[in-house]
Design a protein around this ligand. Structure first.
Ligand code: EPZ
Length: 420
C-alpha cells in the first residue's frame, strides 16, 4: 500500500509546476475509443490513468506512454466488455459506457468502484442513456447496455460531472441532436468537448448550463495538450497556507481555482496571479472564522474540502464547512483529530473546526484521495514526524508528490510499506 513519512514544521518556499489534470485525462482516454487515434500530451502518470489505459488495452486498443505523452491507437478494438476487476478499481470506468455505446451500440460494465465518499449511484448516467434509446439491464452488479444512442432532449436531475461526460461521449457519434440541460460546468467538461471537437465532433455550450451535440459520422485522429490540474493547484495552495510558506504555482489559469483563492485571501494569504501562475505568501498564523459550502462548479470544489479542513485546523477562531456534494466525505476528520485537530462533525457533512496552535505528527491512514491530501497538508504543518499509511489513495491523484514537495523544502519520503 505504501506510506509517506513526513517531518513537519518546515516553511516551504519555491516553485511547483503542475501536472496534467487527472479528472480531465480520464474521460479523454475513454474518448479515444471514438477516434482514429489520439496523442495526449501532459497526461499525468498516475494509478488512475494507468487503470484507464488498462481498460483500453482490454478493449484491444494499443496504448503506450512516452514520459507524459499517451498514445492510443484503437485499430485492434475487439471487445465491448470491461472486466469486473478493472471496473472495481476506478469510478470513472463508468465513463467508458458512453464511449463504448457510441462506438459499438453495445457495452457491458460493472458498477464502478473508486473512493468511498457516499453511495455514488450511476442512475443519472443510466436514465440519460435510456432517454437516448439505449436498452439497459442490470444483473446484480453487471450493467448490460444495448442499442446505438440517438439524439435526445435530456435534463439531468443533478449536474453530475461523470454523467455529463458520459452523455457527451454517447452523443458524439449518435444520429441527430442531443440537448443536455442542467449539465455539469466543470472545466474538465469543456476540456473533453475541445478534445472531441479537435477530432471533428460538433459540441457547443460545454462549460455552460446547456450543451448541444450534433452527431458526427466519424471522428479523426486527435492530438491534444491536457490542461493542468486545478485540484492539485488548490492542494499546494493549502499546503503553502498551512506551512506559512511562499510558493509559485505554475501551469493553471487562476480563474479555474478562484473560489479556493478567495478562501485563502480571507484567511490572510497574499495571492497574486498571472496568466498561468499563482503566487501565495502565507502569514505566520491564518485567520479562520469563515463559513464554506462546497458546490458544483463554479462553486467551491468538494475535491478541496478535505485539504481546506486540514488548513483551517490551524487558523485562528472557529470555522464551519458544509459538504453538499457527497454525503460521506468526512473520513479524514478522525485522522486529523489524531494529530490534535479540534473538529466536530454533525450529520456526516457539517464540520465545525476550532483552530489550534499546533498539530502533532503521528501515524494516520489516508481514507481516500483528497482525505489523504488533507493528511499530507496537516503533517507538513505539524510538529514532529507523521506516517501516512494507505498512500496508494494519494498516488491516484498527485504525480510526483514527494519530489515536488521536497524541491520546495519539505521533508517527505515515500516508501513501500512493510507492515500491510
Ligand atoms: C467527479 O466524480 C470527479 N471524478 C470527482 O473527483 C469529484 O469529486 C466529483 O466529480 C464532483 O466534482 C472524476 O472526474 C473522475 P458526480 P463523479 O457524478 O463524476 C451524485 C477526486 O477526488 N450522483 O458529479 O463521480 C453522487 O453520488 C474525485 O478527484 C448520483 O446520485 O461525480 C454525488 O453525490 C473524487 N447519481 C453527486 O451526484 C449519479 O448517477 C456528484 O457526483 C451520479 C452522481
Amino acid at each position: 500500500m505504501g506510506e509517506y513519512i513526513i517531518n513537519g514544521g518546515r516553511q516551504l518556499s519555491g516553485e511547483i509546476v503542475l501536472s496534467g489534470a487527472k479528472n480531465a485525462a480520464l474521460p479523454l482516454i475513454a474518448a479515444s475509443l471514438l477516434t482514429r487515434g489520439t496523442v495526449i500530451h501532459n497526461c499525468p502518470r498516475l494509478s488512475d490513468t494507468f487503470v484507464s489505459v488498462d481498460i483500453l488495452r482490454e478493449m484491444g486498443c494499443s496504448c503506450y506512454f512516452t514520459q507524459n505523452v499517451l498514445i492510443c491507437e484503437p485499430y485492434g478494438l475487439n471487445n465491448y466488455k470491461i472486466s469486473e476487476e478493472l471496473c472495481s478499481k476506478m469510478r470513472s470506468s463508468v465513463t467508458f459506457l458512453g464511449a463504448l455505446l457510441g462506438r459499438y451500440g453495445y457495452a457491458e460494465i460493472y458498477h464502478p468502484g473508486g473512493c468511498v465518499l457516499g453511495s455514488r449511484p450511476i442512475d443519472i448516467h443510466l436514465d440519460a442513456l435510456k432517454d437516448m434509446g439505449v436498452d439497459i439491464r442490470e444483473e446484480g452488479n453487471r450493467v448490460i447496455c444495448r442499442g446505438k444512442p440517438h439524439g435526445a432532449n435530456i435534463t439531468l436531475r443533478y449536474p453530475s460531472v461523470g454523467a455529463t461526460e458520459n452523455i457527451i461521449l454517447a452523443a458524439t457519434l449518435a444520429k441527430g441532436v442531443t440537448r443536455l440541460k442542467n449539465c455539469a460546468r466543470e472545466p474538465e467538461i469543456a476540456e473533453l468537448a475541445s478534445f472531441l471537437n479537435g477530432a471533428g465532433a460538433h459540441i457547443s455550450g460545454a462549460g455552460e448550463h446547456e450543451i448541444v451535440i450534433t452527431g458526427a459520422d466519424s471522428l479523426d485522429r486527435c492530438e491534444h495538450t491536457l490542461m493542468c490540474d486545478r485540484i492539485e493547484a488548490g492542494t499546494y495552495l493549502c499546503i503553502a497556507a498551512a506551512t506559512a510558506g511562499e510558493l509559485f504555482i505554475k501551469g493553471l489559469y487562476p480563474c479555474m481555482t478562484e473560489p479556493v483563492i478567495q478562501v485563502l485571501r480571507n484567511c490572510g494569504c497574499i495571492i497574486k496571479t498571472g496568466r498561468d501562475m499563482i503566487y501565495i505568501d502565507a502569514p505566520p498564523r491564518l485567520y479562520g472564522e469563515i463559513e464554506l459550502i462546497t458546490a458544483p462548479y463554479p462553486g467551491l470544489p468538494t475535491d478541496m474540502q478535505a485539504q481546506l479542513s486540514a488548513m483551517l485546523c490551524l487558523a485562528k477562531g472557529e470555522s464551519h464547512i458544509r459538504e453538499t456534494v457527497f454525503e460521506a466525505r468526512n473520513r479524514h476528520i478522525p485522522e486529523l483529530k489524531k494529530m490534535g485537530a479540534e473538529i466536530e462533525c454533525r450529520n456526516g457533512c457539517d464540520f465545525s473546526i476550532r483552530g489550534v496552535n499546533r498539530l502533532i505528527g503521528c501515524e494516520v491512514s489516508a481514507p481516500d484521495l483528497r482525505g489523504g491530501a488533507a493528511l499530507i497538508t496537516a503533517a507538513l504543518a505539524a510538529e514532529g514526524t507523521s506516517k501516512i499509511k494507505n498512500a496508494c489513495y494519494i498516488r491516484r491523484g498527485y504525480e510526483n508528490l514527494s519530489e515536488k514537495l521536497r524541491a520546495v523544502g519539505a521533508e517527505i519520503d515515500y516508501r513501500e510499506s512493510t507492515t500491510e
